[in-house]
Design a protein around this ligand. Structure first.
Ligand SMILES: Cc1cc2nc3c(=O)[nH]c(=O)nc-3n(C[C@H](O)[C@H](O)[C@H](O)COP(=O)(O)O)c2cc1C
Length: 179
């Protein structure tokens, strides 16, 4: 089984990438690939720019990564109560080549932020949006107060309650593809 994970952010020290990486490490018997959205940077999407440059290979590569995976782990960062421009941009470009961007792959959708809501607005936005574009969301998890609840050096959730909750979600994760 192949697992693809990323933080939906282009921050070099993305806390969502750290959370996605940790969550990926909790899955057993999987071959994990962590990608960085900085490797999928494209000009800001517009239909006019699309007419000029066509369908960029970078967006195809993003789709290939998803198609090659059996499980997706995505942790969305929250900017102004929504998804980051970096994520929305590669998503928009990719959706012009293939409508079902997330290819119905079983998906663990997460979020975290330094605040007490843990990026839940972005999580809700992603739930609505991805569901229309092949997002087969099997479970969600949000970690509030990242700085207090995550040990960056160890790369793990330090708060036992949240850690146990995530481990439970992953232990019960439904890998099966939709019929
Ligand atoms: C432009 C901007 C807007 C933000 N808006 C929110 C917000 O609405 N809610 C929130 O919880 N955090 C917000 N934050 C803080 C982010 O949650 C924080 O920067 C976090 O590290 C982003 O995740 P990342 O490190 O994975 O990029 C915002 C940060 C930026 C730079």
């Amino acid at each position: 089984m192949k697992l693809l994970a990323f933080g939906a952010s282009s921050s070099k020290h993305s806390i969502n990438k750290q959370l996605a990486t940790y969550a990926a490490s909790l899955f057993e018997n999987v071959e994990t690939e962590i990608i960085d959205l900085n490797d999928f940077e494209l000009p800001l999407f517009s239909v006019d720019r699309e007419k000029l440059i066509g369908q960029p290979p970078v967006a195809r590569t993003f789709l290939d990564k998803i198609e090659g995976a059996d499980i997706l782990v995505i942790s969305v960062a929250e900017h102004n109560a929504g998804l980051t421009s970096a994520f929305k941009n590669i998503y928009d470009w990719a959706s012009r080549q293939k409508k079902l961007v997330y290819d119905n792959k079983p998906l663990l959708l997460m979020s975290t932020s330094p605040g007490k809501h843990g990026g839940k607005n972005a999580l809700e936005a992603a739930k609505i949006s991805l569901a229309w574009y092949g997002g087969n969301i099997r479970a969600t998890f949000s970690l509030p107060g990242f700085e207090e609840n995550f040990d960056k050096t160890a790369g793990k959730i330090s708060n036992k309650e949240y850690d146990d909750a995530l481990k439970q979600i992953i232990a019960n994760f439904d890998y099966g593809q939709k019929a």
